[in-house]
Design a binder for this molecule. Structure first.
Ligand code: ASP
Length: 600
């Protein structure tokens, strides 16, 4: 039977002990990692969240009753051990922090027995993720997950401390609220008191943090859960955590400055990485032109080059006609890849097609300076020479070209560049390259809705020099919006907000909202703005993703204690799930299909 804690006090975590404690009597508690009975001597590896220490049981020290208990120990039993710290009797175990000591037990209590776990509790488990997620409570015992969650806690703490030092105030905003305009689908919560009405879970605290600025709090932050009901991708979760902030009386540079210092402190104190300031900045336009992406990975070059002018009159109809119809021809130079086998080239072409390319044109500069190309026969020798020169093609290089509408070309080459970098091992995990991307377009045209939609959100301020184009050429207006990118991943983003009601009204007009629509949805914000609003701006980081990058994990679920699967379910609790009919009746909800969604 499990014994109690009566009279026992833990003195140390396992790895808080070292050879400085030799001779001391200590009490440690934790889980049995493994136990070996060597006939008369029992060795137990005891694990707690700090790590492992070896315990040695001999009847002469521990007494016969406790020795008998020690003989029963199995993996994952929870025990308390009283004993003396000694130098290791056997060989020192270099793999353990406590490898040069052990505890000679003088007392043992079995606090809890354990069944055999469905998978071994150890580092780098090869167990299938579904099984790990079903038994998350066991998975969370594994040292790698424990390290990640401790890192996460430490990071949150550093952020909190830094922001408070910088004059930010931590304020909680509601979870049961009204739809927020971040462009994703809302999670809805039915109201029992107002049947037929729904709360929405916040996609972000956007409107509330702006209201806090109106209320004079000046600098707000929150480490906050947000909810977006999107079709999930590998690194997305339906509920996720943001480091959210808003500042008053600031413009772009002020937000960037405080955040650069935050990033510097966070990476130094969590990972020992020195981030040099200032972090480079690049406009959206430049990022697209050079990298085909608004979140470029700048750990490597292979930049895009626009060769439209050079090929616009060439004999290759595909190139010429694309330029003629307003598209572009751009290329990248895969240095030293001229000899790429046909098979790999075909695989790259298929990859490019996955992003909408109709094909991929290539030109390999052979070591002897001659060309091998999919389009050489359509061009003159001089045309080819100019093209190769523009692309800085040297013998041994492989030039790859896409010709299409700009957005397709960017998408294709931006992704191709990354694919090549992955294939060629150009992505160094220990290299941390930060970048601010600024001057995003304010709007983007949605073919689906046949109107402009906000690229960031409808409260984002146009750039001063572009405001006049809101009426005449809204698609050209740039925004005071910025993203912070790390190694090709967007880790945060934000904007300066509109604080003038005329500009806000104009913005709604461009977005196709009537005044009534706007008031219906955001009336509380627009009303608040009537009573004195400071210029303000903010930013939010995806905290999970940030931790994933610091922890060098590839899977976002490995930095979240209880994550959802890619299809938004929890394998441990079986959420989402059916509910009792009574619960639905109380909410005034009737399901279309009565068979589904009801507990019998
Ligand atoms: N609310 C924005 C987001 O979640 C961030 C911001 O503009 O501060 O992306």
């Amino acid at each position: 039977m499990a014994e109690s804690m009566k009279g026992l006090h833990r003195t140390h975590r396992c790895t808080e002990l070292s050879n400085r404690n030799i001779g001391e009597t200590v009490t440690v508690m934790g889980w049995v990692q493994k136990s070996r009975n060597k006939g008369g001597i029992i060795f137990v590896d005891l694990r707690d969240r700090s790590g492992i220490i070896q315990i040695i049981f001999e009847e002469k020290d521990v007494g016969s009753a406790d020795f008998e208990k020690a003989e029963q120990l199995r993996s994952e039993y929870v025990i308390a051990v009283v004993g003396r710290v000694e130098a290791r009797s056997g060989a020192v175990n270099q793999a353990l922090v406590t490898g040069d000591i052990e505890i000679r037990a003088t007392g043992l209590r079995i606090l809890s027995e354990a069944e055999v776990p469905p998978f071994p509790i150890e580092e780098d488990s090869k167990t299938k993720e579904d099984l790990r997620l079903k038994y998350r409570f066991l998975d969370l015992r594994r040292p790698d997950l424990q390290r990640n969650l401790m890192l996460r806690s430490k990071a949150a703490n550093i952020v909190r401390q830094f922001l408070i030092e910088e004059g930010f105030i931590e304020i909680e905003t509601p979870v049961l609220t009204k739809s927020t305009p971040e462009g994703a689908r809302d999670y809805l919560v039915p109201s029992r008191i107002y049947p037929g009405k729904f709360y929405a879970l916040p996609q972000s605290p956007q409107l509330f943090k702006q209201l806090l600025m109106c209320a004079g709090y000046d600098r707000y932050f929150q480490i906050v859960k947000c909810f977006r009901d999107e079709d999930l991708r590998a690194d997305r979760q339906p509920e996720f955590t943001q480091i959210d902030m808003e500042l008053s009386f600031v413009d772009v540079d002020d937000v960037i400055s405080v955040n650069e210092r935050l990033i510097q402190r966070l990476f130094k104190e969590t990972a020992g990485i020195d981030v040099k300031l200032p972090i480079p900045r690049m406009t959206y336009k430049e990022a697209m032109e050079r990298y085909g992406s608004d979140k470029p990975d700048i750990r490597f070059g292979m930049e895009l080059k626009n060769v439209s002018d050079i090929v616009k009159n060439c004999g290759f109809g595909v190139f010429a006609s694309v330029v003629e119809s307003g598209g572009s021809v751009r290329g990248i130079n895969a240095k030293g890849q001229a000899e790429m086998p046909r098979k790999k080239l075909d695989a790259l072409t298929d990859f490019a097609k996955g992003f909408g390319a109709k094909g991929l044109a290539y030109l390999a500069v052979n070591p002897d300076g001659t060309y091998k190309s999919s389009f050489a026969k359509f061009m003159t020798e001089e045309e080819l020479d100019v093209l190769v020169k523009t692309m800085d093609g040297k013998p041994g290089d492989l030039l790859l070209f896409a010709a299409d509408k700009d957005e397709v070309v960017f998408d294709v080459l931006g992704n191709l560049r990354l694919e090549l970098a992955r294939n060629l091992g150009l992505l160094d995990k220990d290299d941390y390259k930060f970048l601010w991307v600024t001057e995003f377009p304010l709007l983007e045209f949605s073919e689906e809705e046949n109107r402009y939609v906000a690229k960031h959100h409808p409260f984002t301020m146009p750039m001063d020099e572009d405001i006049h184009m809101l009426d005449t050429d809204p698609g050209k207006v740039r925004a005071k919006a910025y993203d912070i990118v790390l190694n090709g991943t967007e880790i945060g983003g934000g904007s300066v907000r509109i604080h003038q009601s005329e500009v806000q009204e104009k913005m709604f007009e461009v977005l196709g909202f009537t005044k009534e629509d706007a008031y219906e949805r955001f009336g509380f914000l627009l009303n608040a703005f009537k009573y004195g609003v400071p210029p303000h701006a903010g930013l939010a980081y995806g905290f999970d993703r940030l931790i994933m990058l610091i922890a060098k994990e590839d899977n976002i679920r490995d930095v979240i204690a209880f994550p959802k699967t890619k299809d938004a379910s929890c394998l441990m609790t079986d959420a989402p799930n059916v509910v009792d009919k009574k619960q639905l009746d109380e909410l005034g909800i009737q399901l279309k299909n009565q068979q589904r969604g009801l507990r019998k």
